[in-house]
Design a binder for this molecule. Structure first.
Ligand code: ADP
Length: 191
């Protein structure tokens, strides 16, 4: 029954931790980036719409992203809880999520921010570029994504802090160490 949002800059490890927390909490991890990439790979209409934004490291327009998430959260597996990885990313998306949850009579319980300094983020993303060949992991696009995050998404930390929902967790260290910090921030027993 957990409804959780993961915040943090590109490369902080949201995707990795979302999957691990999903197993632990028994709710689906929903990654807007993964959904967009799958649509690009499958050459769907949505994929054709979003491809240029992804490749440039720019955000997909809110109208497109919001409609996609609205549809995803209405699926039966997300009704009792979810981990959102990569959404919301703008204040407009925050409002839209509030709206979706209110309509469902549901509430966001936790917002976890994973932090890491820019040098570490760029190092991780450059390494991932070599390993996975993601088209948005080139140096110039990585820099754009960090800038877009700082401008559009970093302000969300304050929004959720003011609601008393935010916990910040250090994203440096072993994957399992970071998971343990997140689990502790949720107030759950370790292991
Ligand atoms: P990262 O956090 O490493 O940049 P993601 O996989 O979360 O990677 O997102 C990849 C891309 O997908 C983003 O650069 C953006 O183009 C698009 N995207 C994902 N989520 C959103 C969102 N909530 N709003 C707008 N665009 C998004």
């Amino acid at each position: 029954m957990t409804r959780l949002v993961l915040l943090g800059p590109p490369g902080a490890g949201k995707g990795t931790q979302a999957k691990l927390l999903s197993e632990r909490l028994g709710v689906p991890a929903i990654s807007t980036g993964d959904i967009f990439r799958a649509n690009v790979a499958d050459k769907t209409e949505l994929g054709r719409t979003v491809e240029e934004y992804l490749n440039a490291g720019k955000y997909v327009p809110d109208s497109v992203t919001n409609a996609m998430v609205r549809e995803r959260l209405a699926q039966p597996d997300a009704v009792d809880g979810f981990i959102l990885d990569g959404y919301p990313r703008t204040t407009d998306q925050v409002r839209e999520l509030d709206d979706m949850l209110a309509a469902a009579g549901a509430k966001l319980e936790h917002v976890l921010e994973i932090t890491a300094d820019v040098d570490e983020l760029v190092r991780r993303l450059t390494r991932r570029a070599l390993e996975q060949g993601r088209s948005d992991d080139t140096e110039a696009v990585i820099r754009t994504r960090q800038e877009v995050y700082a401008e559009q998404t970093a302000p969300l930390v304050k929004v959720y802090a003011e609601r008393g929902l935010l916990r910040s967790v250090d994203g440096l260290g072993e994957i399992s160490e970071v998971t343990a910090r997140l689990v502790a921030a949720l107030g759950l027993p370790n292991g």
